[in-house]
Design a binder for this molecule. Sequence first.
Ligand code: ATP
Ligand code: FE
Ligand code: MG
Length: 349
Amino acid sequence: MLVLGIETSCDETAAAVVRREADGRASILSNVVRSQLDEHRAYGGVVPEIAARAHVDLLDHLVDQALREAGVRLAEVDAVAATAGPGLIGGLLVGVMTGKALAFAAGKPFLAINHLEGHALTPRLTDGIGFPYLLLLVTGGHTQLVAVHGLGRYERLGTTVDDAVGEAFDKVAKLLGLGYPGGPALERAATQGDPHRFALPRPMSGRPNCDFSFSGLKTAVRIEAERLVPLSEQDVADLCAGFQAAVVDVIRDRTRRALELFAGAIDPNVPLRLVVAGGVAANGSIRAALEELAFETGAALVAPPLRLCGDNAAMIAFAGAERLAAGETGGMETKARARWPLSDMGAAA
Ligand code: ATP
Ligand code: FE
Ligand code: MG
């Protein structure tokens, strides 16, 4: 089956076509992403109104391009899937309205997809892994450890009690003058720094639950930075390295705890799998720490290729294809919703 996917929940406008075979294997026929970085850079973050307008301007062209690159006509797709939440409501409305219009024109079902489910299922698209697996979801808006038992069956083991990890990267980068988006800039600066120069906290480490907290770490970086003003380039690099090392330690500790709980809860005969997804999964130090952890615990680590870590529409098309294959019929009455927790999802039909 062929599914056209649309993603407009934040500051990426994206369209893609994915083919899913009857045996569950899937391939990406096209995957067009237009990041609105330049539109928002002057404001140091995403401006919802500007984002929504940019989605309106861009989306039609990107859908055309995705169909053209895939060599597929709209009439040939089996469904249209669009992100319906969570995210910025203006952008979600643009994607959902466009998706519904295209589905109506083609006479095919419209599927409303949860953006986080898109991230969560990506390793099935890229590596074809089976259920269950432990998911570490690390994005700009979310930091969660989730036991994925099946399509739509998500059990949250832990979450952040304050900032998301990507948000913490972005805020620390901003306070150190590294610009927007912060994650990649901070990672680059950290390569020149000494991670041991500052004693920074490892919030939540050692706790019996699987929760995260990053705002205290961010504040600790701010206090060190304020003490050093004016900051030299080396000060910035050392703060970045120290911050990133602390984040890596926290993620390793929290994920180790979740793996223990998850391993104890699943059928001991199924292989233990750890999956990392979301934009922050692009971070090399975090990936390396997870590889180590997987090695130590005997888990298989699955991490999507970098271009599928951040927001894209292939993951939305694929989630739509999985749902369609599971018998979901979609509907024109589904609405965009700014808040839509993963745990608050029906299992597929
Ligand atoms: P959500 O999916 O929760 O709605 P989002 O769409 O903003 O949030 P993604 O697009 O998945 O999240 O990821 C973007 C985040 O990833 C940003 O916070 C960005 O700084 C962070 N990020 C990207 N690359 C890196 C990196 N190399 N190191 C650390 N963080 C990174
Ligand atoms: Fe995302
Ligand atoms: Mg984004």
